[in-house]
Design a protein around this ligand. Structure first.
Ligand code: SAH
Length: 298
C-alpha cells in the first residue's frame, strides 16, 4: 500500500493498538498483576485502642512494569508523583484540574508498603488479601466524584484500605467538609491513619474533618450521613441498601458491582429520591465481603 491509503491503514492500526492498550490499562484495578511475584514482609503498625497488638504479615509483592513506570526513574518522591499525574493526564485518564491538584498534593508513596514501587500504574498488595488501587482507578473515581467533593461536602470511603482516597477526599472537601473512611481490617485502619499523618492530609485528620473507622462498610457510616459522595473500593455482589439510603439527594456513589465480571457503577440519587444507575467501565476489584471471608482468602 502506498500514499494516503497506506497512511490511513497505519493510522487505524495505531488507533486500534492505543485503544486496546487503554482498555487493558483501564479495565483492571485490584486485579493481581500476573507477572513476577515474590514474598516480602510488611511490618504492620502498632495498633491503637482496638486492643490488637503489633503484627507482622507476609504479603505477595507484585513486580509489574507499565508505561507509567518508565517515566519514574529519577527525581524526588514529590517529582515522581507529579510525573505520574502528568502521565495520567497525557493518557487522557485525568482531565480535571482539581483531580490533578489533589493527586499532586497527596503523595502516593506515603500510602504503599515500604519497598513497593509507588508510582507504577498497578494495584499493589497491602496485606490481608487487600490492595491499594491502581493510580488510574483512583484518578477515575476522583474524577467521577469531583462535583460531589466540593468544599463543605460529606464523603464516605468504604473499604478505605491505605487511606489514600480518604486523604484525597478530605483535601477536596476542606475543613468545613467531612471525609470518613470505613475499613473492616483494624490493622489497615491503624496503618492508614499513620499514612495520613505523614501526608498533606495530616491537618484534616488532626482537625477532625477526616476520620477512619473500623467497621463493616456495607452498613455505611450513619453518623455523618447523608453523603454527597460515596466511594466503594471493593466489589459488591449488589449495591448495599444502607449505602443508597445514606446518599444525599443530588449525591453520587461510585461502586464496583459484580463477582467475576464487574462494572464500575455510577449511582446518582435524584432530588426526588429516585436513583439512576449507569455503568462506567469494566473493572476488577477485590470483593466487598465479611472480614472472615477476606482473611480466609474469600
Ligand atoms: N481503596 C483502597 C483499598 C482498596 S482494597 C485503597 O486504594 O487503598 C478494598 C478494601 O476494602 C480492602 O482494604 C478491604 O479490607 C476492604 N473491605 C472489603 N470488604 C469490606 C467491608 N465489608 N467493610 C469494610 N471494608 C471492606
Amino acid at each position: 500500500m502506498e500514499g494516503p491509503v497506506c497512511q490511513v491503514a497505519w493510522g487505524c492500526y495505531v488507533l486500534l493498538a492505543i485503544s486496546i492498550g487503554a482498555h487493558c490499562a483501564m479495565s483492571s484495578d485490584n486485579l493481581a498483576c500476573p507477572s513476577t511475584s515474590d514474598l516480602r514482609t510488611q511490618p504492620v503498625a502498632a495498633l491503637d485502642k482496638e486492643g490488637i497488638g503489633p503484627a507482622m504479615t507476609s504479603i505477595p509483592m507484585i513486580a509489574c512494569s507499565t508505561s507509567l513506570s518508565e517515566h519514574h526513574s529519577g527525581g524526588s518522591g514529590t517529582n515522581k508523583n507529579k510525573q505520574m499525574v502528568e502521565q495520567l493526564q497525557r493518557y487522557g485518564v485525568i482531565s480535571s484540574k482539581k483531580v490533578v491538584e489533589v493527586m499532586e498534593t497527596i503523595d502516593r508513596a506515603l500510602f504503599v508498603p515500604d519497598g513497593t514501587p509507588a508510582y507504577v500504574d498497578s494495584p499493589m498488595a497491602i496485606g490481608y488479601n487487600a490492595t491499594i488501587s491502581a493510580p488510574h482507578m483512583h484518578a477515575t473515581c476522583l474524577q467521577l466524584l469531583e462535583e460531589n467533593l466540593q468544599p463543605g461536602m460529606h464523603a464516605l470511603d468504604v473499604g478505605s484500605g491505605t487511606g489514600y482516597l480518604t486523604a484525597c477526599f478530605a483535601t477536596m472537601v476542606g475543613p468545613q467538609g467531612r471525609a470518613i473512611g470505613v475499613e473492616h481490617i483494624p490493622e489497615l485502619v491503624a496503618s492508614s491513619i499513620k499514612n495520613i499523618e505523614k501526608s498533606a492530609a495530616a491537618s484534616p485528620l488532626k482537625g477532625g474533618s477526616l476520620s477512619v473507622h473500623a467497621g463493616d462498610g456495607r452498613e455505611g457510616w450513619p453518623e455523618h450521613a447523608p453523603y454527597d459522595a460515596i466511594h466503594v473500593g471493593a466489589a459488591a455482589p449488589e449495591i448495599p441498601q444502607p449505602l443508597i439510603d445514606q446518599l444525599k439527594p443530588g449525591g453520587r456513589m461510585v461502586i464496583p458491582v459484580g463477582k467475576i465480571f464487574q462494572d464500575l457503577q455510577v449511582v446518582d440519587k435524584n432530588l426526588d429520591g429516585s436513583v439512576s444507575i449507569r455503568s462506567e467501565t469494566a473493572v476488577r476489584y477485590v470483593p466487598l465481603t465479611s472480614r472472615d471471608a477476606q482473611l480466609k482468602g474469600y
